[in-house]
Structure formats: C-alpha cells, structure tokens
Design a protein around this ligand. Structure first.
Ligand SMILES: [Zn+2]
Length: 90
C-alpha cells in the first residue's frame, strides 16, 4: 500500500491510496458531483454529435428534394427527447 491514487474525475491525488480511502473519497458528495458533471458532459457531446449528423443528413436530403424542413425539425426534437429520457435514468 502507500501508493498514491489519482482521481481523474476530481483531478486530485489521494495521499493514501488504500481501498478504504478510495471508497471514502468516492462516496463523497464532491466526487459524486464531479462524476455526474463528467458523464453529463460526455452525454452532451455524444448527443450533439448525433444531432449534428442527423441535421447534416437532413440538409443533404433537403438539397436533393427528398425531405422537407418541417419533418427534419421533428427528427431532431425526437432525438433530444430520447436522450433526455436516458440522462434522467440515474
Ligand atoms: Zn474523485
């Protein structure tokens, strides 16, 4: 033992990296908030990527006369709704 443990969510070293110290740290409110922030950010980025891709495909379809703008808005809203359901599941 005695090895330091780095918490990548909080960006801090725990001086005594024993499992009980780690458990205590991970049960702390500050750490939990950092973890929640981290996953919220990751989910946001993933959602943004999905939305960007859908919008891009949609713009191409509109340019080629295969879709109307009204329909595209519905698809993006649908995506946001789906992802909203995911992130409230914790
Ligand atoms: Zn932490």
């Amino acid at each position: 033992m005695g090895a330091r443990y780095f918490c990548e969510y909080c960006g801090v070293f725990l001086r005594h990296g024993s499992s009980s110290v780690r458990k205590q740290h991970m049960a702390g409110n500050r750490h939990r908030m950092k973890v929640a922030d981290y996953y919220r950010k990751v989910l946001d980025e993933q959602l943004q990527g999905r939305v960007d891709r859908v919008v891009e495909e949609f713009e191409r379809d509109v340019a080629q006369g295969r879709a109307s703008r009204t329909h595209g808005v519905t698809v993006v809203q649908q995506l946001r709704l789906e992802s909203g359901d995911l992130s409230t599941g914790n």
